[in-house]
Design a protein around this ligand. Structure first.
Ligand SMILES: [Mn+2]
Length: 240
């Protein structure tokens, strides 16, 4: 089957439920949902830290689920260090028993593929269960896939190996370089940052809103998978 043209919206770090640190996160999520519809995206990617912590209310979770259910677009969610996938995970609460059927959540800490045969696209990611130096969001990498778009998702801190900081959930330039993906949707950083290594594309979308006292619009990454031109991506303002 030939590759299809597909459009992705990639965002992360909404930190829902953190009313002090991220006061405009609810509005930002609503904007992301609107833009996903207006831009006719085929998939919405949430690259971790969707929720701020495990003490958030069920009301916050229900707000999120209600927003997601407004979309027909599949939503691919990778847990991050603020919304870990472990025993007491937000994603294991009762309210997640019957999620909208367009919501797909990575659950395996060793990595898994979520695939959409009809559209010819696969997503790979490792659900973080512990934010520690032993968790490596892009290692080991999966094998390349043929005749399909292949998108990686990772939540962690990008750093050159030589820096040797010993920080948690590190992502190295070498891993991006060796990766089999058409694009890697990264989360963990507040600001849009392109950390691509030559042809291997990897981008932090940053928050869809600004963080701190001055709340305002942020950015998402708008990704077009074009059968002829390959992966095209752009920093897309959430203004308007
Ligand atoms: Mn994070």
């Amino acid at each position: 089957m030939p590759l299809q043209h597909l459009r992705l919206i990639h965002t992360s770090d909404t930190h829902l439920g953190d009313h002090l640190g991220h006061p405009s996160s609810n509005i930002a999520l609503q904007k992301v949902v609107c833009e996903t519809i207006l831009l006719r995206a085929d998939f919405l990617l949430l690259a971790g830290d969707v929720f701020d912590n495990e003490r958030i209310s069920d009301e916050t979770v229900n707000f999120f689920l209600n927003e997601i259910s407004k979309l027909e677009t599949p939503v691919i969610l990778l847990p991050g260090n603020h919304d870990l996938m472990h025993d007491t995970s937000i994603y294991k609460r009762e309210v997640f028993r019957d999620p909208p059927n367009n919501l797909f959540i990575f659950k395996e800490e060793n990595g898994e593929i979520i695939e959409f045969d009809d559209q010819g696209i696969k997503f790979w990611g490792k659900a973080m269960s512990e934010h520690s130096p032993s968790f490596q969001p892009l290692s080991p990498l999966p094998h390349p896939e043929r005749n399909t778009w292949f998108i990686g998702m990772a939540h962690g801190h990008f750093e050159a190996i030589e820096t040797n900081s010993g920080r948690s959930s590190l992502i190295s330039p070498a891993e991006i370089n060796k990766s089999p993906f058409n694009y890697i949707a990264l989360g963990h950083w507040d600001l849009y940052t392109d950390v691509s290594q030559e042809q291997n594309l990897a981008v932090y979308s940053g928050c869809p809103m600004t963080v701190g006292d001055k709340s305002g619009p942020g950015f998402v990454s708008l990704v077009d998978l074009d059968p002829e031109k390959g992966t095209l991506y752009d920093k897309w303002s959430m203004k308007s």
